[in-house]
Design a protein around this ligand. Structure first.
Ligand code: DAH
Length: 343
């Protein structure tokens, strides 16, 4: 009865295999196990090699038993495989599940200090009835110089060192370049401000940068006086600095205004007594301005016998430096997060 002992062996083999199957947790290992057990050179084949010495009857008996066993085990392997695959799928879904109530570990970006102050200044002027205008940074000579009353050989052109493109365009050296563009576009009376980036071809140091920010202002109406100009400037400055400011006008030369002024404020730090910030003069130069030159009105298509206006240009970068006591203009465009994160 050798068939009996083979069948016993197969029974034992089945129990062992089922036990292993039960314990298996890994899909890869399951596949290996399958080949070890039911593969062509697997254990089952190994056991069945022994039937070659049996009688035909016995071979039949063992053969039928072995076939059923193989089917049973195959089914069990399949089931186990599905079970493991489902498990993997479930783990994947669980890992993908996004808990929307989880606290965010996000670093927020910030508005650049220059933009913060720009928006603040814009608001003050919007409240006084000004509208915001923009103009191109790459400009034509005529808007940056020509129509602002800088003649071809005007020495004032040397006041601003200019970046030129090969094609003969330039990077605007001041936001005054938008003055004539505004006159061409808008019907007087109007009041505009023009915040923007300007460029100068110059050595950089703590107070000079080749790229910086200005804010131009312009008002055109039937009757515009220096008193109007001073009033608007004073209102702006006291709102911005949140205290009463004392201003003074000195003559200043700019080809597009006549008369032209430098508007200074009494030093807010020492109240005019003299300190490091105002270089012991008691005054800080803050706003060049003036009444718009009749030629410029004419270049803008506005009749100077009918209309008049004032203009001013402030250094936005300077204003931000004053507000936050920033000692070096080069911080602004440095991209240094340690600087930027303070605001
Ligand atoms: N555009 C001049 C500059 O960048 C500043 C300026 C002076 C603007 C007088 C004005 C003005 O509008 O009236 O140096």
């Amino acid at each position: 009865m050798r068939s009996k002992s083979i069948i016993e062996e197969l029974n034992f083999f089945q129990t062992e295999t089922e036990k292993k199957l039960e314990e298996e947790k890994n899909l890869e290992n399951l596949k290996k196990l399958y080949y070890e057990i039911l593969g062509k050179q697997g254990k089952l084949t190994e056991i069945l090699k022994k039937i070659k010495d049996l009688s035909i009857e016995e071979k039949k008996e063992v053969g039928t038993f072995a076939n059923t066993l193989k089917e049973t085990l195959t089914i069990k392997f399949k089931k186990k495989q599905e079970e493991l695959e489902n498990y993997i799928q479930l783990e994947k879904i669980q890992s993908e599940f996004y808990d929307i109530t989880r606290p965010l570990n996000t670093k927020y970006g910030k508005i650049h200090p220059l933009s913060q102050i720009q928006y603040e200044v814009e608001d003050i002027f919007l409240n006084m009835g000004f509208q915001i205008m923009e103009g191109p940074e790459i400009e034509l000579d005529e808007y940056n110089f020509g129509k602002l009353n800088f003649t071809e050989d005007h020495p004032a052109r040397d006041m601003q060192d200019t970046f030129w493109t090969k094609e003969g365009f330039l990077l605007r050296t001041h936001t005054s370049s938008v003055q004539v563009r505004a006159m061409e576009k808008l019907k007087p009376p109007f009041k505009i401000i023009v915040p923007g980036r300007v460029f100068r071809y110059e050595e950089t140091d703590a107070s000079h940068e080749n790229t910086f920010y200005q804010l131009e202002g312009m008002m055109i109406d039937k009757e515009v006086s220096i008193a109007n100009l001073i009033y608007i400037m004073k209102t702006f400055l006291s709102t911005f600095f949140e205290k009463e400011v004392t201003v003074r006008l000195r003559p200043g030369y700019f080809p597009f205004v006549e008369p032209g002024f430098e508007l200074d404020i009494q030093c807010l730090i020492c109240k005019g007594k003299g300190c490091q910030v105002c270089k012991y003069s008691g005054w800080v130069e803050i706003l060049p301005c003036g009444l718009i030159h009749p030629n410029v009105l004419e270049f803008g298509g506005i009749n100077p016998n009918e209309w008049m206006g004032f203009a001013f240009g402030m250094g936005l970068s300077r204003l931000v430096m004053m507000r936050h006591s920033i000692e070096d203009i080069r911080h602004f465009l440095s991209g240094n997060l340690r600087f930027l994160e303070q605001f």
